[in-house]
Write a protein that binds this ligand. Structure first.
Ligand code: TYD
Length: 210
């Protein structure tokens, strides 16, 4: 498939949404056609599913229900938006993707990485990012940033040990696929982070061609 698929991952509060937007602006200025989506979300149906997943009222949600809902939202986004954009040769940036499910549901919730991988194979048709930026931030610092920011949603409201497991899960996944996943130290000024990400993206595009 032509096009380029870039994802951003990390704990809640790691600053990945800001960095995803900055990369989109950077690449657009160079003349690339870039689409930016967020997960869960990015389509009308996926945004509705997002509302259900993150609603604090649904504290009774089973872990498997949660895993299916994330996969359902992803399925819609992949087939309605991401695949057509990639086929058209665009750069697609996604604020979270499959790695979040592997880590939050597979490791954080304890459902197992293999099960989440199987489930999502049906949802994504096996689509994987070409390049992933994992914004690495100590879970204590991420928690501080979340609390300062706004009202917390159902996932952000999970206990500290859940977010610690998620943090360790990201480290594990990043270690497993060092060629795809670039670990970026997030406890630095915004500009330093965006510069590093832009440089790595430039290098990737030059090496692979687009
Ligand atoms: P997001 O809006 O990106 O949160 P934030 O901007 O705070 O990082 O994602 C919503 C929440 O959903 C976030 O807590 C991570 C969680 N999540 C999963 O548990 N599994 C998934 O597959 C995805 C995509 C997100």
């Amino acid at each position: 498939m032509s096009g380029l698929f870039i994802t951003f991952e990390g704990n809640d509060g790691s600053g990945k949404s800001t960095q995803a937007k900055l990369l989109k602006d950077y690449l657009s200025k160079q003349g690339f056609c870039v689409s930016l989506f967020r997960e869960p979300g990015g389509t009308e149906i996926s945004e509705k599913i997002r509302d259900i997943i993150l609603d604090n009222a649904y504290y009774k949600m089973k872990h498997m229900t949660e895993a299916y809902l994330y996969a359902a939202a992803r399925c819609q986004l992949v087939h309605e938006k991401i695949m057509p954009a990639l086929k058209g040769g665009q750069i697609v940036i996604c604020d979270r993707f499959l790695d979040s499910s592997l880590v939050y549901q597979g490791i954080g919730r304890g459902l197992g990485v293999d099960l989440i991988e199987d489930l999502n194979r049906y949802a994504t048709g096996g689509l994987k990012p070409d390049l992933t930026f994992f914004l690495h931030l100590d879970p204590g610092e991420a928690m501080k940033r979340r609390i300062e920011e706004r009202e917390l949603d159902r996932m952000e409201n999970q206990k500290a040990y859940f977010h610690n497991r998620v943090y360790r899960g990201f480290l594990e996944i990043a270690e497993r696929e060092p060629m795809r996943i670039a670990t970026i130290e997030a406890n630095r000024p915004l500009e330093a982070i965006s510069k590093e990400i832009a440089g790595l993206t430039d290098r990737f595009i030059n090496e692979r061609g687009l």
